[in-house]
Write a protein that binds this ligand. Structure first.
Ligand SMILES: Nc1ncnc2c1ncn2[C@@H]1O[C@H](COP(=O)(O)OP(=O)(O)OP(=O)(O)O)[C@@H](O)[C@H]1O
Length: 628
């Protein structure tokens, strides 16, 4: 990776590279993020009883614009929890005040000015780096900006983050560090004032880590961004690159201040760092309690009392190390003059309308579908192969009165096949998709409605294609009536049934964990099939009658049989010379209790089922995305 980056570890050259590029982007407000008495509580279970567990214990802090801050502490101390709460990713269970400059945080405003990059690099694997960036630009930048300006910004960002030469690389082929840079580039397109990063250096080698932290520092210093990230145990070199350290120990803050003052601060309190010791290791050792647990309680008390929110939003590491100035600034002991930020204005971004969001998401889906050729080809080939197998097994049954029952079994099998393939094709894919969707949605790329439309716009035509690949050969091979009207109805019913079944797959995938949904989805379909048509209506126990009416598979099956044998179909030829009981199709329909079937209400019921399932799916996804 060393050869591919445009920036270097040395800070001056970093400033040159991103500094120049930064001028091209819209200047964003400088935002100081501070919080007071922040508490986070979760519900856990102990001895089968619900108990509350407090993870953050009323902590205070301030992250300033133009600074790179690391939240550090031992594993399980609450770093990610704090980041989640500050970013607005976890809301329920939290209490306390979070301020953006001097005003209380507003969720909508926060979404406009910040972005959250999680530990796992949930990027779209099948897009190239440039394509990913272009889609992000179209979705996130104002519609007033021209396409040329957007692509200019994309190129500048790729350049600034050392990704230009990988512009045409598929993202799944990127290294870990490059993926992390891409996930930052994707969010930087709107030039957010605050960036939250959860363990951005995890999985990177020391050189990549160093380059990455330099890049983050660079992004903070240029354009005065507020960069906050969680960190495990960095090397001494890496540690120095951070402007501020916020150290946690079991949900309490034990230090906030410049990285170079960690050792003097602790030694002032008789906690002495051994010579030649990595200050980051020392900090973690203190936080774990290796220097005594009573020390931790004192440190937590001290940081609480020295947090002076009411004095210019400056948080000092100790009273004597901060000099308050009268003009609204405070002079820190590392000689940085910190300016008090003015109130934040609530600016609305001119985001693309729904139809444009759906359009760009649709184009993105088309590219991803095209790249996922193996999966697509497998789906098409599977439909074709089964069509040939079924067609061969049931050859000629469609026009022979002596094997009418066999033809009914063919219709039954066809219906089931398309119901299951429609459902299973999406039931597993959605949970994988959900992780990326959550990241993009949280970072305000688009609204859920256009996203759902964009999914349907690619899934529906493809499922229709799969249905046709199955229906045409099997229909011909089984010698079904070659009449346009019957063929059209037959195809129409199978297509809408398959799409409705697909919608139940989306619902299961969106609602349940994969392991449960792959079980529940098919079981649901079995129930609909059994109570739909595997039992005569008169034999269904009264308590299950509703299932008979509820089953769209039943409506589809009855309509398919009626389409083939109803509509005054004439007497059928009979291969059995002795006796043909069902020579006249109406006799067959009457005995099967299908003679009174009206296919039009059945069609509308299936469509209604389809719509309701999608409305329910969208509601469930919306709830999950907004449940924080
Ligand atoms: N929803 C939850 N239910 C129960 N416990 C939780 C929940 N969320 C977090 N915790 C607990 O809170 C503590 C802090 O978790 P958090 O993920 O913030 O730690 P961390 O400092 O980021 O750890 P690491 O560095 O290992 O990622 C942990 O003990 C964790 O088990």
């Amino acid at each position: 990776m060393a050869t591919d980056v445009k920036y270097r570890t040395d800070d001056a050259s970093n400033n040159n590279v991103t500094g120049k590029k930064a001028q091209l982007f819209l200047k964003k407000a400088e935002v100081d993020l501070s919080f007071e008495n922040l508490t986070y509580t979760v519900n856990t279970f102990s001895k089968f009883k619900k108990v509350k567990k407090e993870i953050l214990h009323g902590i205070n802090g301030c992250f300033r614009s133009g600074e790179l801050t690391a939240i550090m502490g031992p594993s399980g101390c609450g770093k990610s929890t704090l980041l989640n709460v500050l970013a607005g990713y976890s809301i329920s269970g939290s209490s306390g005040q979070v301020y953006l400059n001097d005003s209380l945080r507003d969720e909508k405003q926060m979404a406009n000015i910040s972005c959250y990059i999680q530990q796992d690099d949930y990027v779209r694997d099948l897009l190239t780096v440039r394509e990913s960036m272009t889609v992000a630009a179209h979705l996130k930048l104002p519609t007033t900006e021209s396409t040329t300006s957007k692509s200019g910004q994309v190129e500048d960002l790729l350049d600034a983050l050392g990704l230009s030469i990988h512009g045409d690389t598929i993202t799944k082929r990127l290294s870990g560090g490059q993926k992390k840079r891409l996930s930052i580039a994707l969010e930087l397109i709107t030039n957010p004032s605050i960036l939250f990063l959860d363990e951005p250096t995890t999985g990177l080698d020391s050189q990549s880590c160093s380059q990455f932290v330099s890049l983050m520092a660079d992004l903070a210093h240029n354009q005065s961004r507020t960069m906050v990230c969680t960190l495990h145990q960095p090397s001494a070199l890496l540690f120095e690159k951070f402007d501020q350290i916020y150290a946690l120990s079991t949900g309490q803050c034990i230090y906030q201040g410049p990285s170079n003052l960690v050792i003097p601060y602790f030694s002032e309190r008789t906690i002495v760092c051994p010579p030649y010791h990595n200050p980051a290791d020392f900090l973690i050792e203190v936080a774990i309690g290796e220097y005594g647990t009573d020390v931790l309680a004192k440190l937590a008390d001290t940081t609480k009392t020295t947090y002076i929110k009411k004095h210019n939003n400056c948080h000092s590491i100790s009273d004597d190390q901060e000099l308050q100035l009268e003009n609204g600034t405070c002079l820190k002991n590392n000689n940085i003059v910190v300016k008090k930020q003015g109130p934040l204005k609530n600016k609305s971004l001119n985001k693309p309308p729904y139809y444009l969001q759906a359009y760009h998401l649709y184009l993105r889906n088309v590219i991803m579908y095209k790249r996922n050729k193996t999966n697509l080809m497998l789906r098409i080939i599977a439909h074709f192969v089964i069509a040939i197998i079924f067609g061969y097994l049931y050859r000629g049954v469609g026009n022979d009165a002596s094997v009418m029952i066999s033809n009914m079994v063919f219709v039954y099998g066809t219906n089931l096949f398309l119901v299951y393939t429609g459902q299973m094709a999406v039931i597993v894919s959605f949970p994988l998709e959900y992780k990326v969707l959550k990241r993009e949605h949280f970072n305000s790329w688009f609204k859920l409605f256009p996203y759902m439309i964009s999914i349907l716009l690619v899934e529906i035509p493809f499922q229709i294609l799969c249905c046709l690949v199955y229906i045409v050969p099997s229909y011909i091979m089984t010698s079904q009536p070659l009449e346009l009207m019957r063929f059209s109805y037959f195809t129409l019913f199978l297509v809408v049934t398959s799409l409705t079944s697909q919608s139940t797959g989306f619902l299961c995938g969106a609602t349940l964990p994969v392991k449960v949904s792959v079980f529940v989805g098919p079981v649901f379909m079995v129930l609909l099939s059994v109570f739909g048509f595997a039992i005569r209506f008169t034999d269904i126990p009264a308590i299950y009658v509703w299932l008979h009416y509820f089953s769209f598979v039943r409506g589809s099956f009855q309509s398919l049989v009626y389409t083939l044998y109803g509509f005054n179909r004439g007497v059928l030829p009979c291969s059995d010379e002795m006796y043909c009981h069902y020579k006249n199709p109406i006799k067959f329909l009457t005995e099967m209790e299908f003679a009174q079937v009206n296919i039009y209400p059945e069609f509308f019921y299936i469509c209604f089922f389809f719509l309701c399932t999608y409305v329910l799916t969208t509601t469930v996804i919306w709830y999950r995305l907004n449940k924080r």
